[in-house]
Design a protein around this ligand. Structure first.
Ligand code: NAG
Ligand code: NAG
Length: 328
């Protein structure tokens, strides 16, 4: 009797620790975290528009990624390429592709007690998603084989403290809409990042703000777990589909006029950052004034009577703002 009791306890503890095969950081991820992986988890730094990196980040409205196809073309619908999607990110430094400036038309980040979520709209044909009747698709770390879609895709976030791997996440993406929820590692994560409603789309799975023209970081309440209505659980394909859960309340929003990383549509640097661009958590909006941009200087003059001010900036070669001098 005693022996079998000990054996039982051992099996239970093994099955708990074996829930996730491994936990990585970008710095110690292997070349491939799963068999049959098309891309890589060893991505280096910087960025590259032909990168095969399969590490995605969800940190803030300035710093998130979307899974999307590696190649353009009519055969690149998410449903047909889900195993091989690569990471397209707002920020350089992760070794991924960059989401070209102007692609995202509105994005809303909310951090709740259970997850960080980004919802929004854009022209995601810039990320190789075919236009037309593709209603989009869903990516998650499970998939038919348990290896995830994309196979070997890893998600990281620092929304809950130190940068960490997020084991439960779900990302819907179509040619015009996206939503990505990354759940805080905890016992609630599997149900708050439920992935079985893969034809129900963004607004049913992740009720939230999808408005165009707004870019914001907010905190908020967690939504009800998708598909769960009190004591009953809906399963996809049942004859009647319940309404989406209500949009949870959010607050403390910081809004930005746009998000940008300097990557143009054709894969080159954008010609000039606009005077109203906002990155790295700072927002600037010029309503009166002029700006001029030369090869190595950005000059913004604000008509701010009685003291006209100008901002002069020596642009670093890589489009990174290295210093700003305020002249009066
Ligand atoms: C970009 O990534 C591809 C695929 O990983 C690689 O073959 C290529 O050398 C990289 N280019 C640069 C400039 O790093
Ligand atoms: C999306 O962008 C492509 C070019 O990048 C353009 O041809 C297309 O018209 C745009 N679609 C929408 C709906 O704006």
């Amino acid at each position: 009797m005693l022996k079998s009791g000990v054996f039982f306890a051992l099996v239970v503890s093994l099955s708990v620790t074996a829930q996730y095969t491994a936990t990585y950081l970008p710095s110690n991820a292997p070349v491939h975290s799963e068999e049959g992986q098309s891309g890589t988890n060893q991505c280096g730094t910087g960025s590259n528009q032909t990168s095969e990196c399969q590490n995605a980040y969800v940190n803030s409205v300035q710093d998130f990624c979307i899974w999307a196809p590696p190649e353009p073309g009519p055969g690149s619908e998410i449903g047909d390429t889900e195993q091989i999607e690569v990471a397209w990110c707002m920020q350089s430094g992760y070794g991924t592709r960059l989401i070209p400036d102007g692609t995202i038309k509105g994005a809303h980040v909310v951090v709740t007690p259970d997850y960080i979520q980004v919802t929004g709209v854009g022209n995601l044909t810039n990320l190789n998603i075919p236009q037309a009747n593709d209603g989009g698709g869903e990516l998650d770390p499970h998939g038919a084989t348990g290896e995830g879609n994309p196979i070997g895709g890893l998600v990281f976030s620092s929304a809950f403290g130190q940068l960490e791997q997020i084991h439960e996440w779900t990302n819907f993406v179509s040619d015009s809409e996206f939503c990505f929820r990354a759940c805080k590692p905890s016992a609630t994560a599997p149900k708050m990042c439920q992935h079985i409603y893969d034809v129900m789309g963004c607004t049913w799975n992740m009720p939230g703000n999808y408005d165009e023209g707004v870019f914001e970081n907010c905190v908020g309440d967690s939504a009800e777990p998708m598909g769960v209505y009190g004591s009953s659980t809906f399963y996809q394909g049942e004859p009647s589909t319940p309404a989406a859960h209500p949009i949870p309340s959010s607050s403390k929003c910081t809004t930005y006029s746009t998000i940008s990383n300097g990557m143009g549509l054709a894969g080159g640097a954008t010609s000039a950052p606009s005077a109203s661009s906002a990155t790295s958590g700072h927002s600037a909006s010029i309503t009166v004034g002029t700006s001029s941009i030369t090869k190595d200087t950005i000059s913004i003059t604000v008509g701010d009577p009685p003291l006209p001010r100008s901002l002069k900036h020596r642009a670093a070669p890589s489009n990174v703002v290295s210093s700003v001098i305020i002249l009066r």
